[in-house]
Write a protein that binds this ligand. Structure first.
Ligand code: 5GP
Length: 194
């Protein structure tokens, strides 16, 4: 029998996914503060930093040329083009974290989550969504970080992504943020045997 202790010491791969604007990043930030066993995989992007974003913390911000060089070296576990920018995570970083007995947390789009699930079928995926498309649109508008054109694209993608939610083990409706965080923490405790 596997003891509670050995389960809790195991490193696991978690993925928070869902449409852009679903609040997955905020939930991830709370989880990372609470569960010290977690390390977030900082992904690479060619997107320009938004106000307040820090290189190496929110993303590794790289040029298209740098991204392409990493691609050529086959350095990415998965990569995707999202709203005209490239995003990807390094295989080496993920392997290192897992070998250091860290539980790894990815915060990525739905396509990326599906790719990683293929390579790591044991990964624990939490699909996070806004209570409705109208609420999602309102949140994206309030966030004020994207043009109307990009917001329209994000809404179109969200509608497609919502059709895939049944592929994931856990679905959380991010209506009240504090409640969504509590539900996510409960999932993590159960999965890590804490
Ligand atoms: P944003 O530009 O709003 O930070 O991110 C756009 C979308 O790309 C979000 O859903 C974000 O989670 C996702 N994303 C960030 N890094 C990666 C990655 O490495 N791979 C994939 N597939 N998606 C990512």
């Amino acid at each position: 029998m596997v003891s509670k202790k050995s389960v809790s010491q195991a490193s696991k791969l978690f993925i928070f996914t869902g449409p852009s604007g679903s609040g997955k990043t905020t939930i991830a930030e709370n989880v990372l503060k609470k569960f010290k066993v977690f390390k977030r995989v900082v992904t690479y992007t060619t997107r320009a930093p938004r106000e307040g974003e820090m290189d190496g913390v929110d993303y590794h911000f790289v040029s298209r040329k740098e991204f392409e060089e990493l691609l050529k070296k086959d350095a990415f576990l998965e990569h995707a083009v999202v709203y005209e920018n490239s995003y990807g995570s390094l295989v080496s970083e993920v392997k290192e974290l897992l070998s250091n007995k860290k539980s790894v947390l990815f915060v990525i789009n739905v396509q990326g989550a599906l790719s990683i699930m293929k390579k790591f079928p044991e990964s624990v995926v939490v699909f996070i969504k806004a209570p409705s498309i109208d609420v999602l649109r309102e949140r994206l508008l309030k966030r004020g970080k994207d043009s109307i054109e990009i917001i329209k694209k994000r809404i179109t993608s969200a509608k497609q992504e919502l059709k895939l939610e049944n592929k994931f083990k856990y679905v959380i409706v991010n209506d009240m943020r504090s409640l969504a965080i509590k539900k996510t923490e409960k999932i993590i405790r159960a999965e890590l045997g804490l």
